[in-house]
Ligand binder design. Structure first.
Ligand code: UD1
Ligand code: CA
Length: 469
């Protein structure tokens, strides 16, 4: 598509039906702030300019939009501008505020709402293509809804089917109110027509606002071409005005993300209970079980299995690794063909090599376990450097903290730590050394030695029988 498009995104409104705390378009969702998908869709048209109309909480909105723009250099296109709408006097007034930012631009102006994040690239492209094919002056994206609610109604000439006007629900006659074709709030308008049409808007309606939608009646009256296209899916038009709307759009976003991933070869056992942050990268051949959160900055490589009831954030999991039931992972790097859990906790700066096994009720923090090492049951490994092929027995604790400072435990290649051992850091267990079960080790152990601090076992023969007597 050639570069004759400018986009205007309306984001000055207060969102008074959502508590009014902070700007509505900045509400965080799994897809980032509410406005992020709108920016993404806008950029898919490769516009020459994108103007965001700000008003309520304008500094915060500007800051967040600029940050998004900088974080997504591969997605963004054209020049980002801001226009300020001092007072929220309606959508027509909001577009009016953007007119100075369009100076010198000739072409099609695409108008989007910052609070309608589900509009797809397909729908937008379809609208633009229809606008061009029908050589229209103004075009609108519509949908047929079984419950049209508070959306603007598309009023057509009953014989020709031509759009005559868009009527807000609050201004509709009882008959108009029954209309099921609604206005999505997405438009394409020729730059030559727009400013003049806005000049003629009047706020003589139920909300005393300047309605952008009134430009359609004007276009029709002037004999200008008016066109429309249906959204790819009717649900896309959902705008967020209430928390109930937000709930609907988040469910839609979650399901469409899972649908998209499933199409690329990701297996879900219950996608309705899986939450995936937009920054997560999930490879083909990954399998995700129920009740799972894949949070920010997670990379799951090919063949990873996440059994379920897991929470993973800021972590990378190598190919063919299994994350078993009930695992919490944050800030970890995990190698290939490893196994974690069930019920393990990997905390910040954990690094597990290939084929490492971390079993149930093991907590790991700021520690590395090199390839093939195992900590299968009930352990705490903090500030530990564990080399290759080490076996850490059940109940082993690295005592890394003396109440003031943290110290490192080093366990060299092939060492064997017996069950229920306390390793008091700083301490090093030499290569191939063995620590006897139940030991408290506070001095370095030489390579291949056996270290044991266990008190010798005493046995008093027939002690119980004598006591009874
Ligand atoms: C608008 C449409 C309605 C359509 C619906 C789709 C009008 C008059 N009505 O209604 O036909 O069905 O969207 O979602 O256009 N905004 C500003 N400044 C303002 C007012 C609004 O920037 O002064 C922004 C809002 O932040 C929001 C967008 O414009 O992003 C839509 O405004 P909103 O008040 O939600 O319009 P609706 O009543 O939903
Ligand atoms: Ca709205």
């Amino acid at each position: 598509m050639e570069n004759s498009v400018a986009v205007v995104i309306l984001a000055a409104g207060k969102g008074s039906r959502m508590g009014g705390k902070g700007a509505k378009v900045l509400v965080e969702t799994a897809e980032g702030p509410l406005i992020a998908p709108v920016l993404r869709t806008a950029c898919s048209l490769h516009p020459a300019r994108v103007t965001v109309v700000v008003g309520f909480e304008r500094e915060a909105v500007e800051r967040r939009v600029r940050a998004w723009w900088e974080e997504n250099p591969s997605r963004t296109s054209g020049e980002l501008r801001f226009a300020v709408q001092e007072e929220q006097r309606g959508t027509g007034d909001a577009v009016q505020a953007a007119i100075p930012s369009l100076e010198g631009f000739v072409g099609e102006v695409v108008i989007l709402c910052g609070d309608a994040p589900l509009i797809s690239e397909k729908s937008l492209t379809r609208l633009l293509e229809t606008h061009r094919q029908e050589q229209a002056t103004a075009s609108v994206l519509t949908a047929i809804l079984p419950e049209p609610g508070s959306y603007g109604r598309i009023l057509r000439d009953p014989t020709t089917g031509q759009i005559q006007a868009i009527r807000e629900a609050k201004d509709a006659s009882p008959l108009e109110f029954l209309c099921h074709e609604i206005n999505s709030g997405v438009y394409v308008v020729d730059s030559a027509f727009l400013p003049g049409a806005l000049q003629h808007l009047r706020a003589d309606n139920a909300q005393s606002e300047y309605y952008l939608t009134d430009i359609f009646q004007r276009a029709t009256e002037e004999g200008q071409g008016v066109a429309s296209a249906f959204a790819e899916r009717a649900e896309e038009v959902c705008g967020v005005n209430t928390f109930a709307d937000l709930h609907l759009i988040e469910r839609y976003q979650r399901l469409s993300r899972c649908e998209h991933l499933a199409a690329t070869g990701v297996r879900f056992t219950d996608s309705s209970s899986v939450y995936i942050h937009h920054t997560a990268e999930i490879a083909e051949g990954v399998s995700l079980g129920p009740n799972t959160v894949i949070g920010e900055n997670v990379v799951l490589h090919h063949g990873v299995t996440v059994e379920g009831l897991c929470h993973i954030s800021n972590s990378t999991v190598g190919a063919n690794t299994t994350i078993k039931w009930g695992v919490k992972i944050s800030g970890a790097e995990i190698g290939e063909a490893a196994a974690v859990g069930p019920f393990a906790h990997l905390r910040e700066k954990t690094s597990l090599g290939d084929e490492v096994k971390v079993g149930n009720f093991v907590e790991v923090k700021k520690s590395s376990l090199a390839a093939g090492s195992k900590a299968s049951h009930l352990s705490y490994l903090g500030d530990a450097v564990v080399e290759k092929e080490v076996n850490i027995g059940a109940g082993t604790i690295t005592c890394n903290y003396d109440g003031e400072n943290k110290f490192t435990t080093t366990i060299k290649e092939g060492a064997f730590i017996g069950s229920n051992s306390a390793l008091v850091a700083p301490v090093t267990i030499g290569e191939g050394a063995v620590v006897g079960a139940g030991s408290t080790i506070s001095k370095d152990v030489a390579p291949n030695a056996l270290a044991l601090t266990r008190a010798p076992q005493k046995e008093l023969p027939n002690w119980r029988t004598r006591k009874r007597r």
